[in-house]
Design a binder for this molecule. Structure first.
Ligand code: SAM
Ligand code: ZN
Ligand code: ZN
Ligand code: ZN
Length: 556
């Protein structure tokens, strides 16, 4: 046990039968070492953090500061003993209130290091920082998952995912640190072996975890139901079932006869191994979902993979506006209106100098034919933000989800609400490149068989700029192609009025139902201006998997 410090001089002689309510429990452990989570080979035993779990340690953690001790010296000692804590009285020591480096290092193999504390949280935190100790304010570590194991110098270590901690906090722990999680270790060891006999314990653990762990692993649940249902006649598509139905069906496995269980044992063990991998995938995607929403002004974007073991894309970052390096975007409009009511005065409203008609109807739905430009009111116009001619600039309102497609198109984007025909959905954002830069990037994208380059050559002979959503973009990065799409793209000018630098906005081509995938035609019909995703230079064309009746068989 790593002792903190007990100021017995400040103890008052109060007696409590139970633990006092005002109690802070602090734990100090060596700071987590990231490298341990990433590589299983480079472990330095000396650097191991010595956290452990013991559910009996769950005291109410109160985040008050500076508690003076409410227990007598003897009570405190007894309580420490009860909890398996080493009680050290430093009151006679000069070093009272100090965690010396020696204290921390000498007590290396501690089971835990919690005592009632007499210092303020701030002081403690500072002390811990001084010695590179991880300060944990009253929290108890609980093992969530065992991910890997290895033996070093005859000692067994497990890679632990801690409950309520992100994956980056995973640590390697010697077996004796892990108390109260024998069932987890047993399960881990059992399904790892290919010769495992399927016991009731293993099955119960699997089903309990699968039917309670959130987010639910719909794929594993559906696969389990298919395994159970396999030889019955009503084999249905399980993934269409509601989660409660899936869970109910999954629990049936516990009622199967030994004969039936015997038949499906291998499939079940295989599924258990698969489901362990899926847990990590779902955790990884949840973390990504949180990250991409952290500065997102649009409605919360969900991430869903009910299909395979694909984790979050690693080389993609979310942005919320065009990104430019050397290109100067002038946000000073030269044309603007003076209307009292832009909808009533639409004949004299924006667009002023163009033949283009007014873009929206009174419900803010687009009323232009494909290819016509959209000129919205801008910051120099007299109207306010409620003007009917301000739609794209007010941002995305539709709730969408990035999801794993089941037809081999990788990630896709779907709507989580009904979208009306001509409704604005979202913009296509990315880095703005000059066409020369875009060409060299295009070669790389061709190499990996994907394209994210959108040429801004609206109605122009020569394309000056291209939007690259490959590494930086918004949810539109994930929109797949369809030869019969439900979105189409329009060029929109707001504060920036350079004809070569429009914004790209997707509007609904038709009514789109909740849950439908959003798609656009990567090669749109060029009537009022050329406008599409850049051609692939690949010798082999990319076969189209849009599955529509109008499919042209190739993307480009
Ligand atoms: C703009 S990205 C769309 C997002 C992509 N699916 C992903 O996983 O990141 C374009 C790429 O997606 C794939 N893709 C999109 N639509 C497709 C379709 N209809 N058929 C086949 N592949 C498609 C192709 O690899 C294409 O180059
Ligand atoms: Zn206006
Ligand atoms: Zn205006
Ligand atoms: Zn197609």
């Amino acid at each position: 046990m790593h002792p903190l410090f007990i100021d017995t001089s400040r103890c008052e002689t109060f007696h409590f039968d139970t633990l006092p309510k005002i109690s802070n429990e602090y734990q100090c452990t060596d700071i987590y070492d990231d490298s341990l989570c990433k590589s299983s080979d480079s472990m330095d035993v000396e650097e191991l953090s010595h956290t452990s779990v013991d559910s009996s340690f769950k005291l109410d953690s109160i985040f008050d500061v500076s508690v003076s001790c409410l227990q007598s010296y003897d009570d405190m000692k007894k309580n420490c003993e009860k909890m398996g804590l080493k009680f050290v009285d430093y009151s006679k020591d000069e070093s009272l209130y100090e965690i010396t480096e020696n204290h921390a290092k000498a007590e290396h193999n501690l089971k835990s290091c919690s005592v009632k504390c007499l210092q303020s949280i701030e002081d403690l935190e500072k002390e811990c920082e001084k010695f590179d100790l991880y300060f944990n304010n009253g929290k108890v570590y609980e093992v969530d998952m065992i991910l890997q194991d290895k033996i070093i110098e005859g000692e067994k270590f497990y890679l632990v995912k801690w409950k309520n901690y992100e994956l980056k906090y995973n640590t390697w722990e010697p077996e004796y640190h892990l108390t109260g999680c024998q069932e987890l270790i047993f399960y881990y060891e059992s399904i790892k072996r290919f010769s495992t006999r399927l016991t009731k314990n293993i099955l119960v653990h699997f089903i309990r975890d699968l039917t309670t762990r959130k987010p639910y692993d719909v794929l594993s649940l559906a696969q389990l139901c298919n395994i159970i249902n396999d030889d019955s006649e009503d084999c249905i598509n399980m993934s269409n079932l509601k989660i409660t139905e899936l869970k109910m069906k999954a629990r049936h496995v516990l009622q199967l006869s030994p004969v039936k269980l015997g038949k499906i044992t291998n499939m079940l063990l295989e599924l258990m191994r698969f489901s362990e991998k899926r847990k990590l995938v779902l955790l990884n995607l949840k973390e990504w979902e949180k990250e991409l929403n952290s500065f997102n002004p649009a409605p919360y974007i969900e991430v869903e993979n009910n299909v395979d073991l694909e984790k979050a894309p690693v080389d993609f970052q979310f942005i919320h506006d065009y990104m430019t390096k050397d290109i100067d975007i002038c946000e000073e409009p030269v044309a603007f209106c003076n209307c009292d009511d832009c909808y009533k005065d639409k004949k004299s409203c924006c667009p002023l100098d163009s033949d283009a008609p007014f873009a929206y109807n009174k419900y803010r739905r687009l009323q232009l034919l494909p290819g016509y430009p959209v000129y919205e009111c801008n910051k120099k116009c007299k109207c306010d933000k409620d003007c009917i001619n301000r739609v794209v600039q007010n941002g995305q309102k539709v709730k969408v989800a990035i999801f794993r497609t089941s037809n081999g198109c990788g990630w896709g984007l779907k709507t989580l609400e009904t979208i009306e025909k001509d409704q604005f959905v979202l913009e296509y954002l990315g880095e703005i490149l000059t066409s020369e830069e875009a060409e060299s990037r295009g070669n790389i994208y061709d190499y990996v068989g994907r394209s994210y380059l959108f040429d801004l050559d609206y109605g122009e002979e020569n394309c000056k700029y291209t939007v690259d959503a490959g590494h930086f973009g918004n949810a539109a990065h994930f929109i797949n192609h369809s030869c019969d799409p439900n979105l189409h793209v329009f060029a929109v000018w707001i504060n920036q009025q350079d004809p070569q630098l429009p914004r790209l906005a997707f509007f609904a081509k038709k009514k789109i139902n909740r849950g439908e995938e959003l798609t656009f035609d990567y090669k749109m019909v060029k009537n009022h201006g050329r406008f599409d995703l850049q051609d692939s230079m690949l010798e082999e064309r990319i076969p189209c998997k849009c599955n529509s009746r109008k499919c042209r068989n190739y993307l480009f």
